[in-house]
Design a protein. Structure first.
Length: 275
């Protein structure tokens, strides 16, 4: 379901959409309320807490930074943004950034989807073992991709790491919008419903053992685009999005401002970072 804070509504002005995509984030201390396996390699975790009743969603591809402290770190209580900053000289968390799949303001809950790609990975391993009642601390949300109801068409591209953002964005498209979607996943078992009111064609690309990103790259290069100044949003491996960014701007002549392609991961590298 959509909250009143989400963006992309056909009646919103350009300035309203820009503002809605940039509401500031805050530190949230939450508890896991539910863990639900969506597909063999993706799980949905529902977070809840008193603070989330005041959570202001930015919509679409907004993300938050999950904090992972070492097990021997004792956090002060209450744990606030000021407390986190004061702790930096002695304890810095590792961060992982995840898209908000859905916001339930009436319940004070937020859903996030996690790709399960190995118990030895920080966030993925946590998502495989987390249980209801476990604490989770995260900061957000980030600014979000502003939808333009006047765009003649949209193209959404991504692998499974982009699937939550694509799903959240499709749910916000107005019924008058047209969109094409290319999503690369491991196999047919990783497909999931993508509810939307818009006119949307979805192509699921099954790797079935091929290198990650290769099918998405090939399909995106070969895709014929409709006429008009459409919008392209995509997220995948760094090398793939770098190539596609150049392709759509240089070879297809799209306005760079209308082409939003982001690296969600880099082949051969971890996603570790610090505050």
């Amino acid at each position: 379901m959509r909250s009143e804070e989400t963006i992309g509504m056909s009646g919103a002005s350009t300035e309203e959409r820009r503002y809605a995509s940039r509401r500031p984030g805050r530190l949230n201390v939450t508890r896991v309320r539910q863990v639900h396996q969506i597909t063999p390699h993706m799980t949905r975790i529902t977070f809840g807490g008193d603070d989330l009743s005041e959570f202001l969603s930015n919509g679409t591809d907004q993300h938050v930074a999950l904090y992972f402290y070492d097990a021997d770190v004792e956090l002060p209580r209450p744990f606030t943004a000021d407390a986190a900053r004061a702790l930096l000289p002695v304890a810095r968390p590792r961060l992982r950034r995840y898209t908000i799949r859905q916001h339930h303001p009436e319940r004070g809950e937020v859903d996030m989807d996690f790709v399960l790609h190995g118990a030895d990975q920080l966030a993925s391993g946590w998502a495989e073992t987390v249980r209801p009642g476990d604490e989770s601390i995260w900061f957000g949300p980030s600014p979000a991709y502003p939808l333009d109801p006047e765009a003649p068409w949209y193209l959404f591209l991504g692998d499974e790491t982009a699937l939550p953002a694509i799903a959240a964005t499709l749910a916000e498209l107005p019924a008058t919008a047209r969109a094409r979607v290319l999503i690369e996943v491991a196999d047919a078992a990783e497909e999931q419903p993508l509810p939307t009111a818009a006119d949307v064609d979805v192509d699921w690309l099954h790797r079935n053992g091929r290198p990650a990103g290769s099918l998405l790259h090939e399909a995106a290069l070969a895709l014929a685009l409709p006429p008009g100044a459409g919008r392209v949003w995509g997220a995948a491996e760094r090398g793939v999005v770098k190539s596609l960014r150049g392709h759509y701007v240089r070879d297809r002549g799209l306005d760079r401002a209308h082409t939003h392609l982001t690296a969600y991961w880099t082949r051969g590298e971890t996603q570790d970072s610090e505050v």
